[in-house]
Design a protein around this ligand. Structure first.
Ligand code: RM4
Length: 254
């Protein structure tokens, strides 16, 4: 299958986790891929090397999504390299678990600026480029099961994921006339760097696993297929939607 044949795909937070897995799957599905990343040059280069080994073009650009200039630069450099943007995956996010009552302002504000403001800057920059190009496009944002349910140590995080979900709904309305589809995925508990420390607690990990009908925590690769589907022409009449990818955790009350 080449669900993204000839497409030019941009992904934020693309050097590891869900973003990295999606970058590789997009390349397997025939796309050229540009990734934004913040920390590890080595990890980003590994993704680039793997994409090029699949015979596709790859580009890795560092930048903090919380800075509006990063969005403009990322899109502009990808357009210079690939000639345009067809798919944009807004994935970059953080979740520094912390209690509510003594939540430091800087922790709360950083989480909002990365997860919600960063998504807004990036989606807006990608949408403007897609409108300029004409021909439509697809935007997929990584929201979360946490848009729908809470977390004691995530009071700064869950509102940002609810915001990302809502951003896609409103962007779908604003961009429909341009043939640009906007959807979100809602991952459950997926083992990545974002929660490695949190799930290092055996009791917490067991408690999270016990809630999942499919019997295991998610892996980044579990998100790649749903994201590629929403990005592809198979979802040509899907916009403003959200897709839970959680092994059944959300519905499992008892
Ligand atoms: C997700 C969900 C998971 C957590 C990550 C950090 O939205 O809450 O359980 O491990 O965030």
């Amino acid at each position: 299958m080449t669900l993204l044949a000839g497409k030019r795909v941009l992904i934020t937070g693309g050097s590891t986790g869900i973003g990295g897995a999606t970058a590789l799957e997009a390349a397997r599905q025939g796309a050229d891929v540009a990734i934004n990343y913040l920390h590890s040059d080595a990890a980003a280069q590994e993704v680039v090397t793997a994409i090029e080994a699949l015979g596709r073009k790859a580009l890795a650009l560092p930048g903090d999504v919380a800075d509006p200039a990063t969005a403009r630069d990322f899109v502009a450099q990808a357009v210079e390299a690939f000639g345009g943007v067809d798919v944009f995956v807004s994935n970059a996010g953080i979740c520094p678990f912390h209690a509510f009552l003594d939540m430091p302002v800087e922790v709360m504000e950083r989480t909002f600026r990365v997860n919600l403001h960063g998504a807004y800057h990036m989606v807006q920059a990608a949408a403007n480029q897609m409108v300029k190009q004409g021909g439509g496009g697809a935007i997929v944002a990584v929201s979360s099961i946490s848009a729908l349910v809470g977390g004691e140590f995530q009071t700064h995080y869950t509102p940002t994921k609810a915001g990302v979900h809502s951003l896609m709904q409103s962007a779908a309305i604003a961009l429909g006339r341009h043939g640009i589809r906007c959807n979100s995925v809602m991952p459950g508990t997926i083992l990545t760097e974002i929660n490695r420390d949190d799930l290092a607690d055996p009791e917490k990990r067991h408690r999270m696993e016990a809630r999942i009908p499919l019997g295991r925590l998610g892996q980044p690769e579990d998100l790649a297929g749903p994201i590629v589907f929403l990005a592809s022409d198979m979802a040509h009449y899907v916009t403003g939607a959200s897709l839970l990818v959680d092994g059944g955790a959300f519905v499992n009350l008892q």
